[in-house]
Ligand binder design. Structure first.
Ligand SMILES: *[C@@H]1O[C@H](CO)[C@@H](O)[C@H](O)[C@H]1NC(C)=O
Ligand SMILES: *[C@@H]1O[C@H](CO)[C@@H](O)[C@H](O)[C@H]1NC(C)=O
Ligand SMILES: *[C@@H]1O[C@H](CO)[C@@H](O)[C@H](O)[C@H]1NC(C)=O
Length: 317
């Protein structure tokens, strides 16, 4: 019995010591509170949201009501003990972001959480040298579905020029004029590079944790994608691909966003100039919609890529 226990402790120790350097942990601990969200204390800068409500109106800490992705739970794969609480991130008709002194973004509805280290998002951005792996798990909120006629940008790194180093999309890609809705790939996740080339696509099935990891080399400007569902360990689903449209150096570094950013549909009543200004114009229904997130963290690849249940796999090369 004692020997068995020691063996268990040894295994736990091995798993811990085999870890690859963690640069950001966005897995919400059980003691994180709505007041932390409102004050942007803890892992998330919560300022990208509707101007009239507090952050905790849009982002809910789900406690133990929904189990997080089992990939990063302790104990066994078959009897996971959650170490984080999932977050539901929602938008409603008040989700109009007003950036600084700029005009309200009436075309969008958006709630996003940005990675921060010691309450400092710039400190997170400073980690974007060499190769980082961005982990995120996403599940449908069955009571507050998205409207797949719209384009949603849900996970991305955004440098100062407003472009995205990579992004995960859902829904019908925005077009002007509006095409046939919903688009054929509307119900699939789409992972795109900086030039919006499609790297990987998979259906957004319900009642499923969709686990993604995006390998980003900021120096060589390459990307690679890993994916799995529920408790299955991550597997590479792309080769190493060039991301040469992204900027090199500081201009290519940016905030890591996850949440719900919903683009409008073109409003036929608007002028052509307004129709091409998706940030400020277009049709939004104003419904409440949400996604559920867990398993958000960023690691270096120096020790390998965390694939779940304490295992490490080789980076995509
Ligand atoms: C936001 O939170 C503060 C502090 O708890 C509270 O006083 C205020 O009424 C809240 N605002 C809204 C719009 O709920
Ligand atoms: C935030 O992090 C940046 C980059 O590491 C650093 O230069 C800056 O001083 C930090 N700000 C605060 C308030 O600590
Ligand atoms: C949503 O908000 C916009 C801008 O405030 C407003 O014009 C519109 O009437 C609202 N729509 C609904 C359905 O409440």
């Amino acid at each position: 019995m004692i020997a068995t226990k020691s063996f268990v402790y040894l295994c736990i120790l091995l798993v811990v010591t085999a870890a690859t350097p963690l640069v950001y942990d966005g897995r919400a601990p059980f003691n994180l509170t709505p007041a932390n969200l409102d004050a942007s204390t803890g892992p998330y800068l919560t300022g990208v949201k509707g101007a009239t409500q507090n952050a905790s109106h849009y982002t809910k800490l789900l406690g133990r009501t929904v189990p997080a992705t089992p990939l990063w739970s302790t104990a066994s794969r078959f009897l996971p003990v959650p170490t984080e609480q999932p977050l539901s991130v929602s938008i409603d008709n008040t989700s109009i972001f007003v950036p600084g002194s700029s005009a309200p973004q009436n075309g969008f509805r958006r709630t996003e959480l940005l990675a921060q280290i010691n309450n400092n998002h710039t400190a997170f951005i400073a980690t974007e040298v060499g190769t980082n792996v961005y982990h995120v798990s996403i599940m449908q909120d069955p009571l507050r579905p998205l409207n797949f006629d719209h384009e949603y940008q849900i996970v991305f790194i955004e440098p100062n020029d407003g472009t995205h180093v990579f992004e995960i999309q859902l829904g019908s890609p925005f077009t002007n004029p509006t095409g046939k809705l919903p688009a054929a790939d509307a119900h699939s996740f789409k992972i795109r590079d900086h030039a919006l080339n499609l790297l990987f696509s998979t259906p957004f099935t319900p009642l499923t944790w969709h686990n993604f990891a995006i390998q980003v080399n900021f120096d060589a400007r390459t990307l690679g994608v890993f994916y799995s569902q529920n408790s299955n360990t991550l597997k590479p689903v792309t080769k190493l691909v060039s991301n040469s449209a992204a900027s090199a150096g500081a201009a290519g570094q940016g905030d890591f966003h996850f949440g719900v950013l919903k683009l409008p549909l073109v409003d036929p009543a608007d002028t052509p100039a307004e129709q091409s200004d998706v940030v400020h114009f277009g049709i939004q229904e104003g419904k409440t919609e949400a996604l559920i997130y867990s398993g958000v963290f960023v690691e270096k690849v120096s020790g390998g890529v965390s694939a779940g249940h304490g295992t490490l796999i080789k980076p995509i090369s």
